[in-house]
Every structure is written in structure tokens, then in C-alpha cells.
Design a protein around this ligand. Structure first.
Ligand code: AMP
Length: 382
């Protein structure tokens, strides 16, 4: 929960392992004593999770019945081509979201459950959907189209949508602010490197290309996802390894990327293993960085002129060796990282390139919740 007067968080929380034997709810009421509370109990589904969160909020007088609550913002993963802006949710909108489930079968149903539960708890309150795909809807057709038969693509909505949009929007704007410029004046490459990872090319505040596609599987090497690969790998595994579509889905989404390459998906653990001389971890790191560097080069070419590249999310904000390696050898492109600045640990947006560098290299902590709240509040208070 956020206070939109200054963006301050009033309470934060997380529910994990929903539907498993023991779920875990963590709740920190920052507006009161700030003492973290944890509950370990079975939380059967997303509806039960939201009800439990609502109880925790109520215990500190911040219940969902609070008259000061202006809106509930929902992160919705897939907006398809239909939703390119934050949208006040009505029954018609929910019906449209149901139609988009085939595009995001894991995420959109959970999002819809969250929306329905919240609507049930506060039917009078505006509920706003903020779409992970929306920021990328400005991509030109040349970047959004796959080069496959157009009729087949259109019949099945097969095109590149992109994800992590709220993060790319927020970070590209904050990067412009760090440079003392308006977003319309700068070209930025945003590298969102979390467990999921994506890059985007942002020209004058508008996304012109991004690395995720129809689903969040395309692009960079991620914690457990492969990112780019020859599509014929899927045909090969189906024909020669006898794997089913579901098995290949699980392989590429859950057993690939860093975890597939070396058995770990946490960059801290991978760096620790590299320090101990582990060659498998070193190879995983190299594959990760090689792909990242290719995207930096590609988006440099797409943009023509780059003012800044910004690292964000768990790996991007914390893993100095990844930032150093991704930019190493790109001096001819004006990209340089200062070792001392790169080593600084901070939660603040900051530059890690030396003053003389032609292109600014920045670390910009992302804040998807603030972005969702800001977009939701802007819509309902307009
Ligand atoms: P996110 O999805 O943005 O929460 O990022 C999660 C990932 O960030 C983890 O899986 C780690 O690989 C990485 N990460 C978090 N903290 C650190 C750190 N201090 N150093 C390196 N990697 C980190």
C-alpha cells in the first residue's frame, strides 16, 4: 500500500507457496511499527491469499475498507493488442482478459482471480489493470512481427508483445532524470536482469524494441529460461528425444537458462562457485554475459545514438561483475564502466561510468509497485 502524496510505502508484503501444504505470508506495516510479521499456514488459492493480506492490513488500521483508498492497481501480465494503457476494470474488461488467457496461461488466470477477489472486497473502488506488455505497444511492426506466414500469425495473435513493461517504463524515465533530461530527449537501453530478464531499446521515452516476445521466454539468458534459441531445437527434441510439448515447455521455462547450464539460478551462488574455480559456473556466466552483450550491440544499432544504458532488477542492481563483463570491450561504442563506481553498493540511482564516457552507464533500482500505483492513481484522479 502506497501514499500517493509522496510515493511512500505504508505496508509491504508477500505471499509465497500458495496452494502448497504450508504457505507463507510476510507483512511489514511500514506506516506503524515497521515490525515484520510472518504467518505459516495453508493458503489454498490466490483468493484466500488476498483475503489474508487484507486482514493483515486491517490489523494496522489500513484495511481495504479505508475511505482514503483511491484505487487498487493490478499488475496484469498480458494485455495482448487490446490493452495498451492502464485500464479501469469493468466486467467487460474482465471478459476481455479471459480471452487473453491462451497468451499467458500461467499468469493471466491468477491476475483475474486477484481482480475478482479485490472487486468482491471493495466493489465500489476503482480497480485498475496495469499491463506488463503495455509499454512495448509502441514497437514498430518491423520489431513486433515474427517473419512467419502473416495469416497464421494474425489468426493466432502470434507477434512480439514484450514484458516487464512497467519496469522498463519506470527505469527509462528515472535514467533520464538521472541525466537531468526529459525522457523525450534521451535514448536508453534498459537491461532488466532479475530471475526473468529482458532488454529494451527506448527512444525518446517510447519503446522501439524489446527482447521478450509472444511470451517471456524469448531473449536474454534468464534464471531458469533459455531465452533465444533456434526454433528447430523444439522440433528436434520432439522428433528425436520423444519429448512432449509439455516436457519441452518445462525444459525451456524451468530447467534452462542459468539453472540448466550450471544447476544454480542465483547469481550470488554462481559468483561464489566461480571464485572457487568451478568451470561449469564460469561457462554459465559467460553464456549469460555473451547474450547480454549481443543485445546491447543490437539495441545500440536499433537506436543509432545511445545516451545511457541502465542496469536494473536483482542481478542488474547488485551484480557488479555482470555489469563490468557486459560492457567490457565496448569502449569504441563509448561504453566504459569505472571500477570504483561499479563496486559501490547503494539503493539509489547512480552512474557507474567515468565522466569522460560518451554513453552514461547507470544502475537504476526498479520499482514496479510504485509505477503501477502511479499509473493507477493518475488514471482515477484525472
Ligand atoms: P529479481 O527477479 O529482480 O528479484 O532478481 C532475483 C535475482 O537477483 C536472484 O535470483 C539473484 O540471481 C539476483 N541477485 C539478488 N541479489 C544479488 C546480489 N547481491 N548479487 C548478485 N545477484 C543477486
Amino acid at each position: 500500500m502506497l501514499d500517493m502524496a509522496d510515493g511512500a510505502r505504508l505496508a509491504v508484503g508477500l505471499v509465497e507457496r500458495i496452494g502448497e501444504e504450508t504457505s507463507r505470508l510476510a507483512h511489514t506495516p511500514l506506516a506503524t511499527d515497521g515490525a515484520k510479521r510472518e504467518r505459516e499456514e495453508r493458503i489454498a488459492d490466490h483468493a484466500a491469499a488476498l483475503k489474508a493480506v487484507s486482514e493483515e492490513l486491517a490489523a494496522d488500521g489500513l484495511g481495504l475498507d479505508s475511505p482514503e483508498l483511491a484505487a487498487i492497481g493490478h499488475r496484469v501480465v498480458h494485455g495482448g493488442q487490446k490493452f495498451t494503457q492502464p485500464t479501469v476494470i469493468t466486467e467487460e474488461v474482465v471478459a476481455e482478459l479471459e480471452k487473453l488467457v491462451p497468451l499467458a496461461p500461467l499468469h493471466n488466470p491468477a491476475n483475474i482471480t486477484g481482480i475478482r477477489t479485490a472487486m468482491g472486497l471493495r466493489p465500489d473502488l476503482p480497480q485498475v489493470a496495469v499491463f506488463d506488455t503495455a509499454f512495448h505497444s509502441t514497437m514498430p511492426e518491423s520489431a513486433a512481427r515474427y517473419a512467419i506466414d502473416t495469416a497464421t500469425a494474425d489468426a493466432h495473435s502470434v507477434r512480439r508483445y514484450g514484458f516487464h513493461g512497467t519496469s522498463h517504463a519506470y527505469v527509462s524515465r528515472e535514467t533520464a532524470k538521472l541525466l537531468g533530461k526529459d525522457p523525450s530527449e534521451v535514448n536508453v537501453i534498459v537491461l532488466h536482469l532479475g530471475n526473468g530478464a529482458s532488454a529494451s531499446a527506448v527512444r525518446g521515452g517510447r519503446c522501439v524494441d524489446t527482447s521478450m516476445g509472444l511470451t517471456p521466454l524469448e531473449g536474454l539468458v534468464m534464471g531458469t529460461r533459455s531465452g533465444d534459441l533456434d526454433p528447430a531445437v523444439i522440433l528436434h527434441l520432439s522428433r528425436n528425444a520423444g519429448m512432449s510439448v509439455d516436457e519441452i515447455d518445462s525444459l525451456l521455462n524451468k530447467k534452462s537458462g542459468l539453472i540448466g547450464l550450471c544447476g544454480d539460478n542465483d547469481m550470488r551462488e554462481i559468483r561464489r562457485r566461480i571464485d572457487e574455480g568451478d568451470e561449469q559456473a564460469a561457462l554459465a556466466f559467460d553464456v549469460y554475459v555473451h547474450r547480454l552483450k549481443k543485445y546491447i550491440g543490437a539495441y545500440y544499432a536499433v537506436l543509432g545514438k545511445v545516451d545511457a544504458i541502465a542496469f536494473t532488477a536483482g542481478v542488474g542492481e547488485n551484480a557488479a561483475p555482470v555489469r563490468e563483463a557486459a560492457v567490457a570491450g565496448l569502449e569504441e561504442l563509448g561504453l566504459v564502466v569505472d571500477g570504483d563506481l561499479n563496486a559501490v553498493r547503494s539503493g539509489e540511482p547512480r552512474l557507474i561510468s567515468p565522466e569522460y564516457a560518451r554513453v552514461a552507464v547507470a544502475v537504476v533500482p526498479t520499482d514496479e509497485e510504485l509505477e503501477i500505483a502511479t499509473q493507477s492513481y493518475a488514471l482515477v484522479s484525472a
